[in-house]
Design a binder for this molecule. Structure first.
Ligand SMILES: Cc1cc2nc3c(=O)[nH]c(=O)nc-3n(C[C@H](O)[C@H](O)[C@H](O)COP(=O)(O)OP(=O)(O)OC[C@H]3O[C@@H](n4cnc5c(N)ncnc54)[C@H](O)[C@@H]3O)c2cc1C
Length: 522
């Protein structure tokens, strides 16, 4: 993973002259951004970790698994939101964790947490480093130093129970590494967020990630049957049976806990055999209202697509312009919807037919399978486009929410208006990314000129959108999580009593307050 951009440098793409022309004409983008520094030119604030702390950490995890070198600190300086990338491009001194520690097992993690509590050192658990909400910001929280606890060495398939359809996997496995281990045995997880190639299972659990199999194996939290968590107060092994009435489900406390309550070391996940057959069909809907009503009809009837998503008019139009850049879906008018079906041949045929009938009755026109296949082919490429846009002088960022179906149309309009008012002339695109019987999530992409101070411009837009989401009855985040960026809205989301409950749990598990300060809990 590049330290100042997304993914694999070999996949980076230059924008064509045509696209740059469009950016200038539509958004007033005036020219390429000033290039950022090379990695060895970045100025990091000096590490505050002491030689004695480093020695103690090395005793816990081995000397080769501790580093305070700038080359190791820089790639863990934050996540991959647009503000993160803008900060990485700065030539001013940047903050970074004071050291990086790579534990190999639970005992080592417990030892690191104990010595950090004793020495008042903050700990930021680090999975794939793809947070887009400031979840990895190297906050010290008033303590003496902060370390990045990189979990990549927890990378084993511990167990596959084929009878029960469950696998126990190390929290540090990336999406592709986990799928490869399971595929050897004919199984898959089927969790495909756009960050799939780099994010880890522990990160998915800690943020309640949602994959692009938006109506199938979408939410990671729903796949988690069990969790092992190391906290400063001890180790928890949660989730014994497929269902239980033994009081509140404590797994729920750690799903979405974002490194503030403990370190997830292994997850027991529901797995399923690799699908025998897949089918694809794309659709054109005349407008967003008809399209979202059609998706609602499909979901409420339970016809069973694995993927169903709907772009609004603006996103459908931009897909046309960007097709070549991101390898995405070809042009359609109105609103593009994509459906994908998985299972045995018989299941796929039935699911496809029922979904097709429902969509046709709701006003959809079939576009055949090509646009849906093209969407799947290009679905992990869009983040590279964001880097190209930033380099070409355009600010590009996303945000997401969810609400019940009855609130959805008003929420979409209100958020679009708030973003456009904060960034006049910006292009605001939206799609329905995940559907549920009672509601859906909305995913917004905003493209605007970088301007003089892009960080301040985006902060104002984000504030306006967040306030609007809360007022319109949406959740502040459907899947990106809270981190530092959504923390100001947590009291609105769960109420003051809810905040006190989270603080009380944290005080019990992490009395020294070392775990990921400044995130999630106000
Ligand atoms: C281009 C791009 C596309 C994205 N697409 C999606 C998407 O489709 N769906 C989606 O849901 N999200 C998406 N995200 C957000 C992000 O990828 C997810 O939040 C992901 O789950 C984070 O996993 P990670 O391993 O990278 O965790 P990190 O970014 O390393 O960490 C995220 C948070 O979890 C904590 N954490 C990580 N591992 C552990 C652990 N083992 N124990 C305890 N705490 C831990 C960290 O401290 C931090 O607070 C996207 C991000 C980017 C940059």
């Amino acid at each position: 993973m590049k330290w100042d951009a997304w993914g694999d440098p070999a996949l980076a793409k230059e924008l064509s002259a045509d696209i740059k022309g469009l950016l200038a004409a539509a958004l007033g983008v005036t020219g390429d951004a000033t290039p950022g520094p090379a990695a060895d030119e970045v100025l990091l604030h000096p590490s505050r970790i002491t030689a004695d702390d480093l020695k103690a950490l090395a005793a816990a995890v081995g000397e080769t698994n501790v580093s305070a070198a700038d080359a190791d600190r820089l790639p863990r300086a934050g996540g991959k939101s647009t503000p993160d990338l803008l900060r990485r491009r700065s030539r001013a001194p940047q903050d970074a964790p004071d050291a990086v520690v790579l534990p190999g097992d639970e005992q080592e993690i417990a030892a690191v947490l104990a010595l950090c509590a004793e020495r008042r050192i903050a700990v930021v658990p680090f999975g794939g480093g793809t947070s887009v909400v400031g979840g990895l910001d190297p906050e010290r929280g008033g303590l003496t130093a902060v370390i990045s606890l990189d979990l990549r060495r927890l990378d084993r398939l511990h167990d596959l129970d084929e009878t029960s359809g469950e696998a126990v996997l190390g929290a540090g496995l990336t999406g592709p590494a986990a799928e490869a281990l399971l595929a050897e045995r004919g199984y898959e997880l089927g969790h495909y967020p756009q960050s799939f190639r780099y994010a880890t299972l522990g990160g998915f659990a800690a943020t309640r990630s949602s994959g692009q199999d938006s109506a199938g194996h979408g939410r990671f939290d729903e796949m988690v049957r069990g969790l092992r968590v190391v906290t400063p107060a001890g180790v928890l092994d949660l989730g014994r049976a497929p269902a239980s009435a033994a009081g509140p489900d404590l797994r729920e406390l750690f799903l979405g806990s974002e490194g503030t309550l403990g370190v997830i070391t292994a997850v027991r996940l529901r797995v399923h055999p690799l699908p025998a057959v897949k089918a694809y069909e794309a659709w054109s809907l005349p407008d967003f209202a008809t399209g979202s009503a059609a998706l609602r009809a499909v979901e409420q009837a339970g016809t069973g697509p694995t993927v169903i998503r709907l772009s609004d008019e603006a996103e459908t139009m931009v897909n046309l312009a960007m097709t070549e850049q991101i390898g995405g879906a070809p042009a359609v008018t109105g609103c593009l919807a994509v459906t994908v079906f998985e299972g045995t041949a018989e299941q796929v045929a039935t699911r496809h037919r029922l979904t097709r009938d429902t969509l046709l009755a709701a006003g959809a026109t079939s576009l055949g399978e090509a646009p849906a296949r093209a969407w799947e082919h290009g679905r992990f490429n869009a983040p590279y486009l964001r880097d190209s846009l930033l380099s070409a002088g355009a600010l590009c960022e996303t945000l997401e929410t969810a609400a019940s179906w009855s609130r959805l149309p008003r929420l979409r309009t209100a958020v679009t208006e708030a973003l456009t008012a904060a960034l006049p002339g910006a292009l605001v695109l939206c799609h329905v990314s995940h559907v549920y019987p009672t509601g859906a999530s909305l995913y917004f992409t905003v493209v605007a000129a970088l301007g003089e101070d892009p960080l301040a411009r985006w902060a104002a837009a984000k504030r306006a959108a967040g306030d609007t989401i809360v007022t319109a009855g949406g959740t502040i985040t459907h899947h990106h999580a809270v981190g530092a960026d959504h923390r100001p809205w947590m009291s609105d989301e769960i109420g003051e009593l809810g905040v006190r409950i989270l603080r009380a749990v944290k005080a019990e598990l992490d009395p020294a307050g070392i775990l990921n300060p400044g995130k999630l809990i106000p």
